[in-house]
Design a protein around this ligand. Structure first.
Ligand code: ADP
Ligand code: MG
Length: 615
């Protein structure tokens, strides 16, 4: 029976029109989506020459009868929308009935399809939008779509295609994104005759990521437990401390199972990661959002990638809280080494940071060009082995999560967060007065003592602010801070925070502030220059109020940077105390600027380095 209707004109005009086919990867996106919509459990994508010569998608979905096969090639023909009500209800998927005719109008197109139990199927050929042939098709149940010579009849568009390698890499990204969103489906990608990926149906998203990117990445991910609030559910996996990228390439977000990009989600991620992410770095995320179709509009973007939310602030808030909670519960030590680059046989998600800046996790291991000489200043090598220290923390200490502004019954379904339990470490010694070397059950652990101090101080100062207990010191002579009108405004908005931090500042004339007291812990030579710097940092925040009080954190972070001196010589008991303080923190694994505090190099990693085990 026929499933497809032509949309009425009125309805059709409600559906945003736009260019569907921008490049080969867009064709792949549309065709794979159609296969998934048709209920396929196996989807095979074949491409030649970056998709410019051939793209063939084969699925075992429901297929189409002849009437539908012909109808689906007409503009605004879709089986997925019938009435205005449907349009609202399934707007989630951005159905427009436009993809097939658009693609067929700019390629040599072949569709072969057969419904289950149908005696025979249908094959249709269309060349540059003109129906060329219709005949019987004897293949399996499901649909095969072939797109050859993309843009053969639109030379102007063909000129805009990039190199085959670039177009292929877009296709590959598209393919991986679909594969992650649909773990149960078996996906195969064949590039110029060779199998690039074969991903058998997986149990869940994490297994799919493992199949796609390998253990190395999968093992470094932490789970974002499902958080439901304000009609939004968020769950998924994110890179733990020390895992980040210099581009958004691996920041994948999905809405109701479809890949999307959205500003509020990006803001939410930034807030949630906040002090766990270095400046200029982006997190690795596989984050899934679920909500009613009424809550957003997906058709704003012609390529359906960008979504407009009716309540962006709630999205941002829930995403931020889910991520923050996951990071606070993270118990994984950042790993010391990563195999650089994808393996030859298994194309992996790019594991390297693409920036010229060395990946944080690698820095520590660039250092060991240190000659085998124990600095006399480091007494550690001669110390007797201290007994392993254990955390004194109650495992159920829960950090208060910031309350959302618009309080609604918030049901957080996940178990209450457990604090990261302090692992057992044996202190071996201190390298160059900076890195504490320790043995763990897994291998070698290094602690950046400076970064650890900063984290500890950061959380102590923040806690002291909450109880009004930041000690401050009156200045003998008040300082006068001159600002621009815009800076004065920023400062005025943050005066409360400054007061809580022990900085007594009051407006003194239009663009001048009188500073009468400073926190005792602050170790800066020029407090006015420091305040200028704080104002500058505050400028980078969006003005909208934030549930997670970013401005406040920013000021504390800045103060904190000036609260510890580098390269203080620590005794072993001091190191032990620092470790314990560190593990009492909400986020022990990174300093407030997102750099790792601890790095682990597993025995396996060491064995590979020394050639005892195969890489
Ligand atoms: P839309 O997906 O927005 O409905 P398309 O142009 O992508 O529009 O597809 C038009 C229609 O063709 C779909 O609604 C569906 O009924 C049918 N169709 C397309 N691809 C397939 C497929 N692989 N298997 C079964 N039906 C398909
Ligand atoms: Mg479609």
């Amino acid at each position: 029976m026929s499933k497809i209707r032509i949309l009425s004109d009125a309805l059709a005009s409600q559906v945003a029109a736009g260019e569907v086919v921008e490049r080969p990867a867009a064709v792949i996106r549309e065709l794979v989506e159609n296969s998934l919509d048709a209920g396929a459990s196996h989807v095979t994508v074949e491409v030649q020459r970056g998709g410019t010569a051939l793209m063939r998608i084969t699925d075992d979905g429901c297929g189409m009868d002849r009437e539908d096969a012909l109808l689906c090639m007409e503009r605004h023909a879709t089986s997925k929308i019938r009435t205005k009500e449907d349009l609202a209800a399934i707007a989630t998927f951005g159905f427009r009935g436009e993809a097939l005719p658009s693609i067929a109008s700019v390629s040599r197109f072949r569709l072969a399809t057969r419904e289950k139990e149908a005696l025979s199927g249908t094959e249709i050929e269309i060349t540059g939008g003109k129906l060329a042939n219709v005949k019987d098709h004897g293949g399996n149940q499901g649909t095969i779509i072939e797109v050859r010579s993309l843009f053969f009849n639109v030379p102007a568009r063909r000129k805009f295609l990039r190199t085959e390698a670039t177009e292929y890499s877009h296709i590959e990204n598209q393919f991986r994104t679909h594969a992650i969103a649909n773990p149960k489906v078996t996906f195969t990608l064949i590039r110029d005759g060779g199998v690039a990926y074969h991903l058998p149906g997986a149990q869940n998203v994490l297994e799919r990521i493992r199949g796609l990117a390998g253990d190395e990445l999968a093992n470094r991910l932490i789970e974002v437990e499902r958080l439901e609030a304000q009609g939004i559910a968020v769950w998924g996996y994110i890179g733990g401390p020390g895992l980040s990228r210099s581009s958004r390439q691996q920041q994948l977000t999905f809405l109701n199972g479809r890949p999307i990009e959205s500003q509020p989600i990006n803001y939410g991620l930034r807030e949630g990661f906040h002090t766990s992410l270095m400046k200029g770095q982006y997190p690795v995320t596989f984050l899934f959002l679920e909500m009613d179709a009424e809550a957003f509009d997906i058709n704003v973007h012609p390529a359906k990638k960008e979504v407009r939310f009716h309540d962006g602030f709630s999205i941002r808030d829930v995403v931020a809280r889910a991520v923050k909670r996951a990071l606070e519960n993270a118990t994984k030590l950042p790993e010391g080494l990563q195999n650089s680059g994808p393996r030859a046989t298994q194309p992996a998600l790019q594991l390297r940071t693409e920036s010229s800046a060395p990946a944080p996790t690698q820095q520590a291991f660039i250092l060991p060009a240190v000659p085998l000489r124990i600095p006399s200043a480091a007494p550690a090598a001669r110390l007797p082995e201290p007994a392993p220290i254990q955390s004194k923390l109650e495992p159920d200490r829960v950090s208060p999560s910031p309350a959302p502004k618009h309080e609604e019954p918030v049901q957080e379904k996940a178990a209450p967060p457990a604090k990261p339990q302090m692992p057992t470490f044996r202190i071996i010694g201190i390298l160059q007065r900076l890195y504490v070397l320790m043995e763990s059950t897994e291998g070698l652990v290094l602690m950046d003592q400076h970064a650890a101090h900063e984290r500890v101080n950061f959380e102590k100062i923040r806690a002291a602010m909450e109880t009004g207990g930041v000690p401050s010191q009156r200045l003998l002579m008040p300082l006068m801070l001159q600002t621009s009108p815009r800076d004065a405004d920023i400062l005025k908005r943050n005066l409360d925070t400054l007061t809580k931090l022990g900085i007594e500042a009051e407006p003194f004339g239009p663009n001048t502030f009188k500073i009468e007291a400073l926190p005792t812990f602050l170790k800066v030579d020029d407090p006015l220059a420091w305040l200028d710097q704080v104002i500058e940092e505050l400028q980078s925040l969006s003005s909208k109020s934030s549930a997670l009080r970013l401005g406040e954190d920013m000021i504390v972070m800045s103060a904190c940077r000036h609260s510890v001196k580098a390269n203080d010589k620590l005794s072993i008991p001091e190191v032990q105390a620092l470790l314990e303080d560190l593990f009492a923190c909400e986020m022990p694994y990174c300093c407030p600027h997102g750099r790792p505090t601890l790095i682990q190099m597993s025995m396996g990693e060491l064995e590979r380095k020394f050639g005892r085990a195969a890489p």
